[in-house]
Design a binder for this molecule. Structure first.
Ligand code: MN
Length: 131
């Protein structure tokens, strides 16, 4: 019954925290540590929701979001994307939304807020509604 949540993140502490939160919600966390790895995983597996860091070792999260949105795989092009980043400067949220992301959340990660937002996005996926 659980959903597949992809987290693209190069920081191990954040990965471990989010893994616990997602698993506690009854979902499966699929992990990627670079932007290009994340894109490859997203194209090859069934992913319901993408959690995305911005500062990655190769391409940044904005570019990842743009490439996800232009995917030929329709379920992926429409999948919800939530940005999780410490780039809490003015304009970053807008930039993430412009790149095709649905929601922006600042680090440090608040686990209750994360679980609440993930659940809300996944229930929309389950209902088949476009975001
Ligand atoms: Mn990072």
């Amino acid at each position: 019954m659980g959903h597949n949540v992809l987290y693209i993140e190069d920081n191990s502490d954040n990965m471990m925290l989010v893994r616990r939160v997602i698993q506690s919600g009854g979902h499966n966390l699929v992990e990627a540590r670079t932007g290009l790895e994340g894109l490859a995983v997203a194209e090859s597996q069934d992913i319901d929701l993408i959690l995305l860091d911005i500062n990655l070792p190769d391409i940044d999260g904005y570019e990842v979001a743009r490439r996800l949105r232009s995917s030929k795989k329709e379920s992926l092009a429409n999948a919800p994307i939530m940005v999780l980043t410490a780039n809490a400067m003015r304009g970053d949220a807008e930039r993430a939304l412009d790149a095709g992301c649905d929601i922006y959340m600042s680090k440090p990660i608040n686990i209750f807020e994360l679980l609440e937002k993930v659940s809300a996005l996944l229930s929309r996926v389950a209902q088949g509604n476009d975001l």
